[in-house]
Design a binder for this molecule. Structure first.
Ligand code: NOJ
Length: 593
């Protein structure tokens, strides 16, 4: 292979990959401050194959017993993450915030929310994780800030026409009295995207833009202060050793200043505008000026796959979340179409794909895959949609092995490794998510996937916090069987399946970054089979149908999401296989049951 770069697993990468390694500081990028913490530099391409675990801090582990997860809780559980076998943690926003949108309303980008801890604790956490070989990725939220942020408060106080308002999208209303909304742009959270301000004398004033809630005013990315501020924030955290940033709402930052309605011009006024690429080029230059490959990961919901991968050109972001796959129904042909188009679109830009089954915004896979309609769409979310949790769990386990075998990096949302279902019966008065309220109560919102993790014991809070404490959202009583403690004691548990998969992924040079080859004749005549090979002798076979299938006799089973009996893989299951002829035989890992 044309390469001189070897990774942790001894795998070699080709020239296209090498292009994307760290480069010398570019004009405009400062060198890291003295004494700054750096992740290891021995594997510059770590991110191409990394397994990244998403920590929603508020719901991961509560160190001080106030019912809310915190950094002390995460620090205490780092050995768990090490044991699970992850390479990095992505933290949802951990900054001071009034929590109008679960922390995506940031009031200070350089500090830690007081309920979560302190900046010193964050620095200690980053160092302790690094000592265990785990990198830290943080969330940055550039599209909007909290209405409590000092910039927005200053803008309100300064009034129309002021320099302070230029950093946002303040605009007079339409109509004679300015009481008509400036545009009819629709929020991703449903409803209007402009809110009218009140002048100090009580009279109605200008409107301001917010693509999400009114508590999240959008920043004006045409303003140099806004660009400079975010570049400084990147340096602030890179100096503290973070290995990358997840960029929230990354395709929304730039707006058409003429404020056209959607459809009035060929390009979209608020989404995926060409000018965005310059922003990320300047961010990439900053990231590349730091040792240890600091990565940019975009949250990009752009349906056109070519426009999506344009953000992943070598001088822009490293990777972006692949939501196309996440939204697909439980269907072999649909999965294959998504995988094929994803890999084909990533190849020309030399970027690896990411594989994401869930996150803090979407319905948990166990619940989703147990429904009649297994595809995911925000606008479809409703209360009371029936699900078969046992079928859903089988499929979620199978999907976990599928995505862990695909080429690229892998994201695991906290609790998916425990097979947690969505909690669909939260007491209505405890629901906090603005998506629920802005839908008029029709959309259940996202709190059901944000319920605090169960760690141990028989009663709530299941070790989430100290005995006797309560969690900010209640956990179902049946989670006693799903705790980390219970699953560690059960070799057939979902937690064990994840641990085995991640251990094999680390050991097998065929997994992680690279290519795949579809294996069409793996099982002849059976419907619903998805099979592919990687490297010399590794294969993954998914049976999305109901009936068992006979596995190819010339392969041994390395791992399976359901018990393989008499060489037959049950329906709704995945097996990882090794060719007996071309792959050195390995000790088979246990399967479920
Ligand atoms: C995407 C985040 O994942 C979501 O949780 C948040 O509500 C929106 N961006 C707005 O920041």
């Amino acid at each position: 292979m044309d390469s001189d770069v070897l990774t942790r697993s001894g795998r070699a990468y080709g020239a296209a990959s090498d292009r994307r390694g760290p480069s010398a500081p570019t004009d405009g990028a400062t060198t890291p401050r003295e004494g700054s913490v750096s992740p290891p530099q021995d594997d510059p391409l770590w991110w191409r194959s990394a397994v990244i675990y998403q920590v929603y801090v508020r719901s991961f582990a509560d160190g001080n017993g106030d019912g809310t997860g915190d950094l002390a809780g995460v620090r205490a559980r780092l050995p768990y993450l090490k044991d699970l076998g992850v390479d990095a943690i992505w933290f949802n926003p951990w900054y001071p915030s009034p929590m109008a949108d679960g922390g995506y309303d940031v009031s200070d980008y350089r500090d830690i929310h007081e309920q979560f801890g302190t900046l010193d604790e964050a620095e200690a956490l980053i160092r302790e994780a690094l000592a265990l070989g785990i990198r830290t990725i943080i969330d940055v939220v550039p599209n909007h800030i909290s209405d409590q942020h000092e910039w927005f408060q200053a803008a309100l106080a300064a009034g129309p026409g002021s320099a302070e308002r230029e950093r946002f999208w303040f605009h007079p209303g339409k109509g004679e009295n300015g009481d008509e909304i400036p545009t009819r742009w629709v929020s991703s959270f449903q409803g209007e995207t402009w809110t009218r301000t009140m002048e100090p004398d009580g009279s109605p004033g200008e409107w301001y833009l917010h693509m999400f809630t009114p508590e999240q005013p959008d920043l004006n990315w045409n303003h140099p202060d806004v660009r400079r501020e975010h570049e400084d924030v990147l340096r602030f955290w890179f100096d503290r050793g973070v290995a990358g940033v997840r960029i929230d709402s990354a395709a929304l930052l730039i707006k058409d200043a003429d404020l056209p309605e959607v459809g009035e011009k060929p390009d979209h006024p608020t989404e995926d505008r060409d000018e965005l690429h310059d922003v990320y080029r300047s961010w990439r230059a900053i990231a590349d000026s730091y040792p240890g490959t600091r990565v940019l990961v975009g949250e990009i919901w752009v349906p056109d796959i070519e426009r999506f991968t344009a953000y992943l050109r070598p001088d822009e972001m490293h990777t972006a979340f692949n939501f196309d796959f996440l939204a697909r129904p439980w269907n072999a042909a649909s999965f294959r179409a998504s995988i094929t188009s994803t890999l084909a679109a990533h190849a020309p830009v030399g970027a690896p794909s990411t594989w994401v089954l869930s996150n803090h915004d979407v319905t948990r896979p166990v619940t989703r895959y147990g429904r009649e309609d297994t595809a995911f769409a925000f606008l479809k979310k409703r209360f009371g949609v029936p699900t078969d949790p046992s079928l859903g769990l089988d499929r979620a386990r199978a999907a976990a092995l599928l995505v862990a075998a695909l080429p690229g990096s892998l994201y695991i949302y906290q609790g998916d490794e425990l097979g947690l279902p969505e909690v669909e019966d939260l007491p209505p008065q405890l629901i906090e998510d603005p998506m629920h309220y802005r839908s008029g109560g029709i959309d259940p919102g996202r709190d059901g996937c944000r319920v605090p993790l169960p760690w141990s014991g028989q009663t709530a809070p299941f070790g989430f916090g100290p005995d006797g404490s309560r969690s900010w959202l209640p956990q179902p009583a049946f989670w006693a069987t799903l705790t980390v403690e219970a699953q560690l004691a059960d070799p057939a548990s979902t937690l064990h399946l994840y641990k085995q998969a991640l251990r094999l992924r680390r050991q097998l040079p065929e997994l992680g970054d690279g290519d795949l080859e579809w294996w069409d004749d793996a099982v002849s005549g059976a419907p619903g089979i998805l099979a592919f090979r990687r490297g010399e002798g590794f294969a993954c076979l998914v049976n999305t149908a109901e009936d068992p299938v006979a596995l190819p006799a010339d392969h041994e089973v390395l791992l399976a999401s359901a018990p393989v009996q008499d060489g037959r893989l049950p329906g709704n299951a995945t097996a990882w296989l090794a060719s007996r002829t071309t792959h050195p035989s390995r000790e088979p890992a246990a399967s479920r049951g």
